[in-house]
Design a protein around this ligand. Sequence first.
Ligand SMILES: [Zn+2]
Length: 314
Amino acid sequence: MKNISRKGAKAQRKAAKKNLELCVFFAPLRLCGRTFALTAVVLICVGIASPQSKPTRAHTSMTPEAKALLEQAIAVVCTQAKLDPISSIAIDEMQSRPSLPVQSPEARAGAERAQRLLPIAKELVINSLQQLATDYGFQKSAKFNLRLRQAIERVNSVKRVRPDMDSRDNASVYLSRPHVITFGTIFLAGLRSDEGMISVLAHELMHIADGDNDNLRALVAAVGNKVSDLTGLDIHGQRGEEVTCDLIGAMAVRAYIVSTPDYESIRRRLARSIQHNCVELDEGDEDHLSPRNTIRALLALNPGLVRELINDRF
Ligand SMILES: [Zn+2]
């Protein structure tokens, strides 16, 4: 499963289309892409113009000061990855690990954590999605609001996490079983905190919210355009969706931390929402930014999070 080639990904896409299954993956990694790419959406629905109104696009790049703060915040996140005893394992390290049996204590603990947090993650995703729609000016669009309600129904219909050894460091949802998130055991074991797990559950739930017809594509495109302008990186199409899913993940974790204060530092807990991207081997692909550029994109979109990571307070 390591280093899947583009050819491999294409083969999977065809298989998915043939089986009429939608596989949605959320792991914030490039691996997400290889599974998520199965999204029949990409193959079937490309080219369908969005009937939704689009907010005016503002071309705004970051100031040198903002860029410096962003790099400082990345250093905080990746330092916490080394200091925090329950930090999320970096995705390149997860990829290098041997498969883990479903009954292993680490996989069982991860599966129990994921199942326990699923209802909370659903609620957080719905709130974050509504917030994001408002932030990007979609709240007055009747068409978008209808799609948002349908998206929320899809999120609410997810009931179960199924651990799967063969999925390794991936997670996926199939149209034939839209109520179940299949979660690789390496991934389950690698997300060792509630914050890390909520981040990935939220990423997956956002793919489900978008659904098999890219119903939230106007919002996803708006996020992609904004982050492309801010960073100068090319974040459109599937890359835009992946970043939007990660953004919802970070928003969900922040809201979770606000609602569950404890003795741990805010900085440490916030870092868990994105630190699986603190890789040594920093590679992207056509559907995904590299992991470290993913952190960069998320923080560019979220200057409040940059400040909170640096200042260690809300
Ligand atoms: Zn994804």
